[in-house]
Design a protein around this ligand. Structure first.
Ligand code: KIV
Ligand code: ZN
Length: 390
């Protein structure tokens, strides 16, 4: 049997996540989140983009000073002043990283950088060299890699590895790729870039087509060992690949992937709630893993199955992601069995006839109300039931 492979989780909620409209956090909030990410046991925290503003600089620095058990990275464009500032902020960390990037796609080079391939290649090499003077750990990202010419990617990755890049990151910056295509891209990079084994292969997927997590998982199968993501998938436009979904997919399908992360999965739910609270960004009810309905069962058939055995309709337990129990939501699709169980858990014991009558009344009420709360049930049965609870 093959040994499971360790996959590193690089969290960029504080950097790419914070770039999503309306999601900015103040210093206190950033420190609170960084501490939670430490409890979650992510491998790397990208704490910000130090040159972006004085506030960003202070928050990267303060995270670097206060978080001891994760590597701390700051983003920097491939410019000396960005790299100086990034190092000034991360140097306080036990394990600092400078993350520098430049775009490699024809579209970005032509319209944004107004630079030739040769100039981009030269800047990438010089800036990785420059960052290495400060810091042993330097990540290089080829922005818009998924729309870049593959031979150019081979060339630039070979060159930056030669001058000491420890991580090469392959972003799907605009969320354009698909799982099959991204698998091939990572596979080809792994097999065609000389000395690729001297660097870690990382991916960073955006979610414009709703494929961020699928693309990230395909990349892990192709050999990526660092996955970049954010809590609740927050980030530019449609967001980044969601950390909790990647981790629980690898966890739930261990046999298929043969991989593990260091993530303390019971901290996923608390982390998600914290990010939602701090950013004001609501979590959709049916969001995988952390949405309000992710472990809620309403229909009678499902509720009956769940009461017989949890594995009937759940592929992971709510406890494993930090929820204390699942939710059987009572509504018009609920069956008698779930209704009776709820009554018992509320402390009410009804005779068969009383139960029949109450269940009929419950169905009438459920046609009128979307969700039936415990207080509604109590109102229905108060005159009928024998209380068994104090
Ligand atoms: O999406 C992207 O390309 C990025 C890079 C800076 C890594 O966020
Ligand atoms: Zn990004």
């Amino acid at each position: 049997m093959q040994m499971a492979k360790h996959i590193k989780i690089f969290d960029t909620t504080l950097r790419d996540g914070e770039q999503s409209p309306g999601c900015s956090m103040n210093l206190q909030e950033k420190i609170e989140l960084a501490k939670q990410l430490e409890r979650l046991r992510v491998d790397v925290i990208e704490a910000g983009f130090a040159i972006a503003s004085p506030g960003d600089f202070v928050s990267v620095k303060t995270v670097a000073q206060n978080v001891k058990n994760c590597r701390i990275a700051s983003l920097a464009r491939a410019l000396p002043e960005d790299i100086d500032r990034a190092y000034e902020a991360v140097k306080y960390a036990e394990a600092p990283r400078i993350h520098t990037f430049i775009a490699t796609s024809d579209i970005h080079m032509k319209y944004k950088l107004k630079a030739s391939k040769e100039e981009v290649l030269q800047r990438a090499v010089e800036m990785v060299k420059y960052a290495k003077k400060y810091c042993g750990d330097v990540e290089f990202s080829a922005e818009d890699a998924s729309r870049s010419e593959i031979e150019f990617l081979y060339q630039i990755f070979e060159a930056v590895i030669k001058v000491g890049a420890t991580v090469i990151n392959i972003p799907d910056t605009v969320g354009y790729t698909t799982p099959d295509e991204f698998f091939k891209l990572i596979h080809n990079i792994k097999n065609n870039v000389p000395n690729i084994d001297k660097a870690e292969i990382s991916v960073h997927c955006h979610n414009d087509l709703g494929l961020g997590v699928a693309n990230t998982l395909a990349a892990a199968k192709a050999g990526a060992t660092q996955l970049e993501c954010t809590i609740n998938g927050i980030g530019e436009r449609a967001g980044n690949a969601a950390l909790e979904e990647i981790v629980m997919a690898l966890n739930t399908r261990k046999d298929e992937y043969g991989m593990f992360t260091n993530i303390e999965t019971t901290e996923l739910y608390p982390s998600s709630r914290l990010v939602s609270k701090l950013t004001g960004m609501k979590i959709q009810h049916n969001k995988a893993i952390v949405g309000d309905n992710a472990f809620a069962h309403e229909s009678g058939i499902h509720q009956h199955g769940m009461l017989a055995h949890q594995s009937t309709y759940e592929i992971m337990t709510p406890e494993s992601v930090g929820l204390t129990n699942n939710k059987l939501v009572l509504g018009k699709h609920s069956g008698r069995h779930a209704f009776e169980e709820r009554l018992i858990s509320l402390g009410y014991h009804l005779s068969k006839e009383e139960l029949n009558k109450a269940f009929q009344e419950f169905k009438v009420l459920a046609d009128k109300k979307k969700v039936i709360y415990d207080k509604d049930i109590e109102a229905l049965v108060l005159d009928k039931a024998v209380m068994t609870k104090e």
